[in-house]
Design a protein around this ligand. Structure first.
Ligand code: SF4
Length: 211
């Protein structure tokens, strides 16, 4: 079953690379569908590809990606163990903010990625991803580091690593929030308690008399 999902995810990536649903296809070098295993316990959703991501066709490969790798390593996770994508799969010119109609056009890809990867925890990086995944819930300043549970899935809003590169004061918040992610993962990924051993059977009455 998971093989089928991984194959379907690969087909979805191919659709993204050929997508012309919004105007960003005209200015991209490469679309950036996402990378990582399928299924995966942790999925990371950022805003949109930047300069380096657009050149390489991979998410989070610039300075923000290096900071993300450091934060993941801090809680014992590697880049290879998590699935990473963005709300927008193509770079907006000059890294401008995503426009609502672009995010809307791209939304079905993210929805399908969530269905196929089936994460237990989604790390929501920055205000644009927050607005797309948890619309109307509140600002990133208020919600960062909190757990928002929706059925069997938890969302954790976090500052975007690129924002922390611009404002060093946010790095400490990001580190503390990632520590909380580790605590949460330890709780939800804990193996189930073993079934209690059945009580020994009572010896038959005849046998009791002989003892
Ligand atoms: S941003 Fe999304 S909807 Fe727009 S062209 Fe790229 S893949 Fe298609």
């Amino acid at each position: 079953m998971s093989d089928n999902r991984a194959e379907e995810l690969e087909r979805l990536h191919a659709q993204v690379r050929a997508c012309t649903r919004c105007g960003l296809h005209a200015t991209r070098t490469h679309a950036v569908p996402g990378t990582g295993p399928c299924p995966a316990d942790v999925m990371i959703v950022g805003e949109a590809p930047g300069f380096n991501e657009d050149l390489q066709g991979k998410p989070f490969v610039g300075a923000a990606g290096q900071l993300l790798d450091t934060l993941l390593a801090q809680i014992g996770l590697s880049r290879e163990s998590v699935y990473i994508t963005n709300v927008l799969k193509c770079r907006p010119p000059q890294n401008r903010d995503p426009m609502p109609h672009e995010a809307e056009a791209c939304a079905p890809y993210l929805k399908r990625q969530l269905e196929l990867v089936r994460p237990k925890v989604v790390l929501v990086l920055g205000r644009h991803a927050l607005e797309r995944l948890l619309p109307g819930l509140g600002s990133i300043t208020r919600l960062h580091g909190t757990f928002v549970e929706r059925g069997e899935l938890a969302y954790v809003p976090l500052y975007h690593p690129a924002a922390a590169l611009h404002n060093g004061a946010l790095v400490g918040d990001l580190q503390r929030d990632f520590d909380r992610v580790r605590t949460y993962l330890d709780r939800v990924l804990k193996p189930p308690e073993p079934e209690p051993a059945p009580a020994p059977a009572e010896p038959p009455a005849e046998q009791l008399k002989l003892l």
